[in-house]
Design a protein around this ligand. Sequence first.
Ligand SMILES: [Zn+2]
Length: 249
Amino acid sequence: MARFAQSIKGVWFILKTLPVFIVRQTPYRNADLILTGLSPEGFLTIHARGVLKITSPFHAMVALGSWSDFTINETKKKAYLEKANLIKFAPLPDQEGLIASIVMQVILQILLLDENADMAASMYPRLVGVRNGMQSALSTYTTFLLQYLDVQGVPMIVDYCVQCQSKLKIVGLNPQLGGFICQNCQAKVSSHLLPAEALVLMRKLKTIPFGEPVNNSTLKLLLPLIHQHFNFHLDVQLEGFKTIETLIQ
Ligand SMILES: [Zn+2]
């Protein structure tokens, strides 16, 4: 991260350059945007002047989900965008597929659920992994969801039965109870019964690198249950979840 102190007509300001993902944009005045960006330092608010003008060279760089090196001027309380160099476009439906484009939007919504600075800084490298893993958008997305649940302290338990802690005869998953259910407990608490390959994939998904290809038809069985777990344990209702579930039917 480069930082330069400069002086113009005796007024000192700091220019710094750092990589930023655009997580939110709010229109301001005629042609400005107030951007929320996620950087290695956490969330930043950046005032981008004139970027909605047709002549602005920064349209692609300020789009939701795009990833760029931003040079910002922190002279006042606000940080102003001075320069931007695109690292990667936001995932585009015609280039990386509709799923990639939608899951990126949902991930941005998730990042905004909790703007706590410590957590945000740790989310930047994950978002880099997500962006670079878009060739397998659905598995990248699922791994992101599971890791996010871990970070938030409401992990999906996939190592043992959440009811009796047994590691044997796992047969299904209960999102409200928080994870796997064994055959003995199934009679008492009920769960979504899953085929063996889905249970194996569920275990694997937590630890695979972003972008690793998986069997998507098995993944489709798991995703609605992961969404249920997410909504129930974080007490949210993300609209994007339904969109993704509809798309992958
Ligand atoms: Zn059990």
